[in-house]
Design a protein around this ligand. Structure first.
Ligand SMILES: [Zn+2]
Length: 335
């Protein structure tokens, strides 16, 4: 059920954020310590949406649900895709057999490395088993099968950079503002992220299976803090988005070719030539390389401004802790 409708072809001049409260209706999500996940998710979603509406006149907020109703995973992403949303934020609450697990996690779409458990993906994707015709809707997708993970292609890959960037800002705020234990940004094959055609994250605001997290989540003031954390990350993300839009515009208008220095982020060196799509680059794009003293040296991103690369550098350092900025002039690396 779509609560909002955007006519196709309608000009979109505002930033559109879709806020997705996980579960709802006959699907309570995780249940523990007298709490139901669906209620926590909805409360934080509405608090976040309200904050954005009050403070950002340039943003349109769309909820996948604004009350206690069931919405299919596909229905949720259809709302976002139809609205041509710029950002998708799915809000969930975690649960684990190990009741000592606590803290917040933020997920982006990706195929997790072998060996990492698929608990969250299995649980969040298994919601489709509650949908009447899931076998036809999801073309044989079985949330419990590993093979099903591979069937899905990497559509979300092109939003990987923006998604991971926003996800890490949200985790930072959860840690700094809401003082939650930081369980970091993770990648999993989450259907609700996989099917959405825009930068997308799924936050797990805490473990209701853990008594201290549950006590925290039960308090209205604390749920406000979590909403405020996501809100602050959202503001930072949207500011960058606005600046990028302006600079893209300037780029298009500019007819003078840049002959100055170009900066890139050096990630690693290898004796062997690698494909630029090699998984060792963790989905970072664009990757390029140059040769030096018999080594292939791989770089990420490029800009005529060193400062403009600082966000990308921070992102690269998550995977390549020794990443640093190198400069080129006339195609030659500068010493
Ligand atoms: Zn959930």
């Amino acid at each position: 059920m779509s609560l909002f409708f955007v006519a196709e072809g309608e000009a979109k001049d505002r930033f559109v954020v879709v806020i997705d409260a996980g579960h709802g209706g006959h699907d309570p999500g995780a249940v523990a310590n007298r709490l139901k996940e669906k209620n926590i998710n909805l409360d934080i979603a509405l608090k976040l949406g309200k904050k954005i509406q009050q403070n950002c006149s340039d943003t349109k907020v769309i909820y996948t649900r604004s009350k206690d109703v069931f919405v299919t995973l596909k229905g949720r992403t259809e709302i976002a895709n139809k609205a041509k949303a710029d950002l998708f934020i799915s809000i969930h609450t975690n649960s684990a057999g190990n009741t000592s697990a606590k803290g917040t996690e933020t997920y982006i779409y990706g195929l997790e490395q072998a060996g990492i458990n698929m608990e969250v993906a299995k649980r969040e994707n298994s919601v489709i088993l509650l949908e009447e015709d899931y076998t036809t809707t999801y073309q044989g997708y079985d949330p419990n099968s590993v093979e099903s993970f591979i069937m899905f292609d990497f559509q979300q890959n092109k939003y990987f950079e923006q998604s991971i960037h926003f996800a890490s800002m949200v985790q930072d705020q959860f840690r700094i503002l809401a003082k939650r234990p930081d369980r970091s940004v993770r990648q999993q094959n989450l259907l609700v992220l996989r099917l959405s055609a825009m930068p997308s994250i799924l936050v797990e605001v805490g473990y209701i299976s853990n008594s201290s997290d549950a006590a925290f989540l039960a308090k209205d003031a604390n749920r406000s803090k979590l909403a405020e954390s996501i809100y602050r990350a959202f503001i930072a993300y949207k500011d960058e988005w606005n600046r990028k839009k302006v600079s893209e515009h300037v780029d298009r208008e500019s007819t003078v070719p840049t002959s100055g220095t170009i900066y890139k982020i050096q990630l690693m060196a290898s004796k062997k030539k690698l494909s630029l799509q090699d998984p060792c680059f963790k989905g970072l794009s664009p990757i390029s390389y140059y040769e030096e003293n018999g080594w292939y040296k791989y770089t990420y991103g490029e800009s005529p401004s060193r400062e403009a690369l600082s966000g990308k550098l921070a992102q690269a350092k998550r995977y390549f802790k020794d990443a640093y900025i190198v400069s080129f002039k006339g195609g030659k690396k500068q010493k």
